[in-house]
Design a protein around this ligand. Structure first.
Ligand code: TXA
Ligand code: MG
Length: 365
């Protein structure tokens, strides 16, 4: 298949291209498109055949459900049994935006879209191109991140092309995404709302909007819990670059020193080393072969924005090992560290603590 690439901006939407893309989606084809979080790989959420095509294009296990994207609160009624009060409050506070809510589905949503589950994940994105496309497609677009399964999510149309060229009818290039990490997912099917995937909408923001405690699924904070995460997708190793990635956590100065010592050791042994760091620390790693800053330590949003592109970029660099500094877990830091630790297979070295050494991150918070 030849993939058509259409460039546009939110300020200057190419209506004819959106109309064409809508027709592709209604006809059961696939269109990748920008959202404010990451690029999505879209198909008509209400056609089982479209969802099957999405799984095939991504190489994704079919038990991992897709998010249904809508552009109007009224359209939610058709696909869920009941809209809980919590969902209305959160929609008022955060939609359109980077929040996905899980509710009980109706028969309008095929099981292929929800990976066999009776619940459905729903999000109303903020990006204007995405909203126009959802409308043109008939109201319901199933869209996982537009990467090959296991690779970092795409934050530029070029990343989508790397993974999806020849596998989808169209890629809409809307430039760099704003946020850079996927949406926060909150499960509203139980009495207690639970965060299944941390994101830009933080635990604190949800707690404030609902005026009640909102917990995070323990299994995603604790790699040793032995239980399966409630969001099926969270159990897979994700975002991983090809070279082994290790995260160094602890006092920032001690972390820098420890990474430098490891680099010297690796160089002696003929290994090529890559470093993931921040603008503030980049200059310290001159001895490493490849050094990439993800953003500013003083600006967590810049780190969220840069992380996936740097992980993806390291696949093109010839390195044997990658070392990354850990980042703060406050606010959006919870989402940043969730993605970074998954990319590292939870391989963390704690620095400057009593039991320094290789460990799993479960006891390190
Ligand atoms: O920001 C985002 O959410 C992006 C953009 C494109 O909207 N989409 C995205 O989709 O990240 P994806 O497929 O890469 O991640 C969806 C996650 C998976 O971990 C999946 O297991 C979980 O949502 N999920 C979907 N439906 C679910 C359900 N009914 N119950 C529990 N988890 C669900
Ligand atoms: Mg994904």
């Amino acid at each position: 298949m030849v993939t058509e690439i259409c460039k546009m901006t939110e300020e200057n939407i190419d209506e004819a291209a959106i109309e064409r893309a809508g027709r592709i989606l209604r006809g059961g084809g696939l269109v990748a498109f920008p959202t404010e979080t990451v690029y999505g790989l879209g198909g008509d959420a209400l056609q089982s055949r479209s969802s099957e095509k999405i799984y095939a294009a991504k190489g994704r296990p079919s038990d991992n459900p897709l998010i249904v994207h809508v552009c109007d609160m009224k359209d939610v009624e058709r696909i869920v049994k009941k809209i809980p009060d919590t969902a209305r409050k959160l929609a008022d506070a955060f939609w359109p935006g980077p929040l996905t809510m899980i509710m009980e589905k109706t028969d309008a949503v095929p099981k292929e879209t929800t990976g066999g589950l009776d619940t459905v994940a729903i999000r109303m994105p903020e990006n204007k191109i995405a909203l126009a496309l959802i409308r043109a497609a008939g109201g319901y677009i199933a869209a996982p991140s537009a990467n090959t399964s296991g690779r970092p999510s795409p934050t530029l149309a070029e990343h989508v092309t790397e993974d999806m060229d020849g596998k989808v009818e169209m890629i809409i290039d809307g430039g760099a995404v704003g946020i850079g990490l996927e949406s926060t997912i909150v499960d509203l099917t139980e009495e207690e709302p639970i965060i299944l995937r941390p994101g830009y909408i933080t635990q604190e923001m949800l707690t404030e909007a609902l005026r009640r405690d909102v917990e995070v699924d323990r299994t995603i904070l604790d790699a040793n819990s032995g239980q399966a995460p409630k969001a099926p997708g969270m159990k897979y190793r994700h975002y991983a670059p090809k070279a082994d990635l290790t995260v160094f956590a602890g006092d920032p100065e001690a972390v820098t020193e420890k990474i430098r010592a490891c680099v010297r050791e690796d160089k002696k042994n003929g290994r090529r080393v890559g470093i993931i760091c921040t603008d503030e620390t980049k200059a310290y790693y001159m001895e490493a072969d490849e050094v990439e800053s993800v953003g500013k330590r003083s600006d967590a949003k810049s780190i969220a924005h840069g992380l996936f592109a740097v992980l993806r970029d390291f696949d093109k660099r010839d390195v044997d090992v990658i070392y990354s500094e850990a980042f703060s877990r406050k606010g959006i830091g919870q989402a940043i560290m969730n993605r970074l630790l998954k990319a590292a297979g939870h391989h963390v070295i704690k620095v400057n603590t009593k039991e320094e050494g290789k460990t799993n991150d479960s006891d390190w918070k």
